[in-house]
Ligand binder design. Structure first.
Ligand SMILES: Cc1cc2nc3c(=O)[nH]c(=O)nc-3n(C[C@H](O)[C@H](O)[C@H](O)COP(=O)(O)OP(=O)(O)OC[C@H]3O[C@@H](n4cnc5c(N)ncnc54)[C@H](O)[C@@H]3O)c2cc1C
Length: 146
């Protein structure tokens, strides 16, 4: 049992949802602890596309420029060769959004980016190799059973 008496919030799971939620709560001034059962972000393949809607949110949070400094490839069109002709079957370049393309970036790189951004907030703490079975609230604060 781990006591996190000074935490306002414990997030179990350091995937995209957990790390982003932790970042947003820490940004709003909550003391956040993230418990992740793995030791790092290197997992089974979890995709490598970061979409324009995600980057729009990063832009609103003032993080887009730094995100785009991470290694990535840009894809703004999908083309298909059929019956000897090239067809454009998708074109994102017309979107009215700060990043009208798909950024090809492995999920571990994206998660590492979010973790670095979140660590700028002193209220954010991530704890690795911490598998939680249950969370209990006591008078002393949050308790995590592992
Ligand atoms: C093969 C594949 C390809 C994909 N490709 C893309 C793509 O290209 N683009 C895209 O946007 N999305 C893609 N996705 C989807 C994307 O990976 C998921 O939408 C995203 O990972 C969901 O995030 P999450 O934080 O909700 O869950 P998860 O990523 O599953 O994160 C949950 C986290 O919780 C941890 N955890 C679980 N139980 C406990 C516990 N008891 N205690 C502590 N920690 C725990 C896990 O270790 C994990 O890190 C793909 C998914 C797969 C499987």
């Amino acid at each position: 049992m781990t006591s996190e008496q000074d935490a306002d919030l414990i997030v179990v799971g350091g995937g995209p949802a957990g790390v982003m939620a932790g970042l947003l709560f820490a940004r709003a001034g909550c003391e956040v602890r993230i418990f992740e059962k793995h030791a790092d972000f290197f997992r089974d393949f979890r995709g490598d596309t970061v979409h324009p809607s995600t980057m729009e949110i990063l832009d609103q949070l003032g993080m887009l420029e730094r995100f785009l400094q991470r290694p990535h490839n840009k894809v703004d069109k999908a083309e298909l060769r059929l019956a000897g002709r090239e067809w454009t079957i998708g074109d994102l370049s017309h979107l009215h959004t700060p990043a009208p393309f798909i950024a090809m970036m492995p999920q571990w790189e994206f998660l590492d980016f979010l973790r670095v951004e979140a660590k700028a907030f002193p209220a954010f703490t991530s704890r690795w190799r911490r598998r939680s079975k249950a969370l209990l609230r006591s008078r002393a604060g949050w308790l995590a059973s592992d």
